[in-house]
Design a protein around this ligand. Structure first.
Ligand code: FAD
Length: 292
């Protein structure tokens, strides 16, 4: 994962919270809503504001939290006894709102499965199983996206894990922004309404439609990567062929090949490396085929 420390708080804060509710948004997304603890003090920065999510190793198990000193927390985390060390993974703020009972924060967790259809990853399993009041904590990590970069045309590409981040970025972009957002999701029912600038065309790529896996499109992120590589398609999206030039910027997140190869393709198309934010959110393991 790329690290852009300047958009990360110098003294990232750890917030305790608990689960309020959890519901299925679509075949591949579970929305977990958090509140309580000291979440009322959380200041949402918009865009792709992300955090480290600490959850118990198994639902109901007790856990302890690491000491956070400046930006350092991992040494203290690893020093915790395994019996009480929480699970830790990276997630994006999907929504934040104020209610009569305080701040609520939503996390949209991708439900990915192994060959047997089992939710194989810890947070996906936790997201559907954790009952109300289950304790969690989040460590604020700020933004990866740099809004200052978005002065020229923008190209956005992601797989399903990047949907919360891209939704936040589209919400936060200047209304005059121009560009294209290529968003790959596992099924057509995973597409959501996105409130972006009129000039940013949304191109949904549905993985289970029209791809037989022979061309690599069955691999998460491969279809979005093919769209990124297709500069004609980008041009048709409102960007002139030369429109990805030095004032353009790009944001590519999701499966690690999509992030790394997408960055390479966009750089070849003229976007300076310094204006491409990319992050391999996760690594595809061929033996863990999606069961959806
Ligand atoms: C800055 C940032 C923000 C992120 N925001 C979100 C978000 O809002 N929502 C979200 O769902 N994810 C998000 N992710 C991705 C998420 O952190 C990873 O999917 C992570 O692997 C999940 O952690 P885990 O501990 O449950 O699984 P892990 O223990 O990390 O992985 C277990 C197994 O599951 C596989 N796996 C992990 N993710 C996927 C997937 N999506 N599809 C198929 N197989 C997978 C791994 O390859 C591994 O074999 C974000 C990542 C980053 C870096």
């Amino acid at each position: 994962m790329t690290r852009r420390f300047h958009l990360m708080p110098n003294d990232p804060r750890l917030f305790s919270a608990h689960v309020v509710r959890s519901r299925r948004l679509s075949p591949s997304f579970q929305r977990v809503t958090l509140a309580g603890g000291d979440l009322d003090d959380f200041v949402y920065a918009g865009f792709d504001h992300w955090f480290r999510l600490f959850t118990p190793q198994t639902v109901g198990a007790p856990f302890e939290l690491p000491d956070v000193v400046g930006r350092s927390w991992s040494r203290s985390y690893l020093a915790l006894d395994e019996a009480v060390r929480p699970h830790c993974a990276n997630y994006t703020v999907a929504e934040v709102r104020s209610t009569d009972d305080g701040v609520e924060l939503d996390i949209d967790v991708v439900l990915h499965r192994d060959d047997s259809g089992r939710l194989s990853a810890p947070v996906a399993a936790w997201s559907v199983a954790a009952p109300p009041d289950s304790p969690v904590a989040i460590l604020d990590q700020g933004l990866l996206f740099d809004p200052v970069l978005a002065s020229g045309p923008i190209v956005i590409a992601c797989d399903e894990t990047g949907v919360p981040a891209v939704r936040g970025i589209l919400r936060g972009l200047d209304r005059q922004a121009q560009g294209v957002a290529i968003i790959e999701v596992p099924t057509a029912a995973d597409r959501v309404e996105l409130a972006g600038p009129e000039g940013v065309r949304i191109e949904w790529v549905v993985r289970d439609e029209g791809h037989d896996g022979q061309d690599g499109h069955g691999v998460p992120g491969a279809a979005a990567l093919a769209a990124v590589r297709s500069l004609d398609a980008l041009s048709a999206g409102g960007l002139s062929a030369g429109g990805l030039g030095t004032d353009g910027c790009a944001y590519v997140v999701g499966e690690s090949d999509l992030a790394a190869e997408g960055r390479r393709a966009l750089h070849r198309a003229g976007v300076p490396k310094a204006r491409i934010v990319f992050s391999g959110y996760w690594k595809h393991s061929p033996e863990l085929a999606l069961a959806e």
